[in-house]
Design a protein around this ligand. Sequence first.
Ligand code: NAP
Ligand code: MG
Length: 500
Amino acid sequence: MSRLENDFGLLGEEAKAYLDRVHGLHIGGREVATRDSYALCDPTTGREFARAAEAGPDEIDAAVAAARTALNGDWATLRPYERERRLLRLADLLEAHERELSEIETVCSGRLLPNTAGVDVGYSAHVLRYMGGWATKLEGQTARLSVPYIPTGDLQGFTFREPVGVVGAIVPWNVALGIAVWKIAPALAAGCTIVLKPAPQTPLSALRFARLALEAGIPPGVLNIVTGSGPEVGELLVRHPDIAMVSFTGSTEVGRKIAAEAAGQFKRISLELGGKSPVIVMEDAEVAAASEAAAWAIFANHGQNCCAGSRLYVHRSLYGEVIDRVVAIAESIELSAPLLPDAAMGPLVNQAQRQRVLRYVEAGLAEGARLVTGGTAPDHVGAYVRPTVLADAEPQMSSVKDEIFGPVLMAAAFEREEDVLALANDSRFGLGASVWTRDVDRVHRMTRALEVGSVWINVHNALDVALPFGGWKDSGVGNDLSEAAVLAHTRIKASVHHHA
Ligand code: NAP
Ligand code: MG
């Protein structure tokens, strides 16, 4: 068997037993079959390995109704510490099923097992525990009030943080379960219930997770999963009048449509959108560390990260050396099937994504960038693209302006700090940026000047659950993670008590 094709014989018994069938929706704690289903295909061969349900308007209605019932019923009557305990139990269950869930995620997405085990399972358990703790820590204010037109008696004021309502969550395929948990955990901690729509390519980890949530004692209807192969399911969810908040991670184009639709109904939104994040190597950087980090900032997860370091700006004095080092890493990466234990880079999620990435490489070359390595795909049906570096990138190139979402690095040299800040900020996106330097004054200046939601100094793509993560400009609205994500799922009720 070719090293480029997944061998399903490597799967553990649990994943094997789970995969090969038609997967229904998860509504009100039950699996719900639909008339139509669509194929899930292995990114390394294009072959079907399972099917998922096509939800229609009736099923979306049923899922939202189940979430509403749970919102005002079983979930509302649980005390905060009981909600917390169930989220903690779910974290334990997730870890106990690490192999099964990471294999399911890897088979659907083509991502490497250490990545799906580390991020979608391990990190998700951490997020569930952190967010579970917030259930018991949502506080309001108290005040002695004045209300001048009520001159007698004593007036006391209170505020309560109440759940905003049923959340419609829509997530992409690039870190499917991980991002789903970023949405689910703060919503549940705040007392909301959820209808989640996974990306069509990667529905199975969320469906499996929903069963574990039941096992953890999270009541039926609190978490519902609806799947489908096209944008209709997401559109129906966004439009549904009983959805109070839309929590979305995905492309800027879809985020813009969601924002417009939600505005008409005054729905709360949280949008984590695309990025084109710069990695900036200053002349005083530690070259080996910066180069290695720059390589993995773009090649990790095959470039399919929202905050991938897809633009590399290197001070002219180090440009040649850094490019050489990044290229050496790129050329050391062997493409292989992600179920292989020693795989270093697998395929992209599907053929459409491969074509898109290769088109951007072609455009970059046509616009005058210089190919240093990669730029091609193996002659194989799998959705592979070789790690690619294009040098001498210019700001007006489409491959520099747009998010490619593949293992393609656009590199350029700069002379002065103010020049690189202008280059870095010359983007419609504002998700993240990293700076490699040992100069403390420069750290302060550049951190202030960069127009992004996350600045990383001597590290790239370091996301902690205790810090808010969100984009500026076309990279989004609102934040995932941290207290900010929990509060975003609450609305304030002010209450006045009059004592005669
Ligand atoms: P996408 O095309 O925007 O799709 C994301 C999700 O939205 C999918 O579930 C998709 O389902 C659904 N969708 C599509 N059209 C919709 C509509 N009109 N209404 C409601 N839902 C709709 O993004 P993708 O290609 O899957 O993922 C890659 C993108 O996600 C990149 O731009 C990446 O930067 C971004 N991302 C951002 C972050 C972040 O935190 N900022 C993290 C990860 C990824 P269908 O495919 O069935 O239409
Ligand atoms: Mg899409």
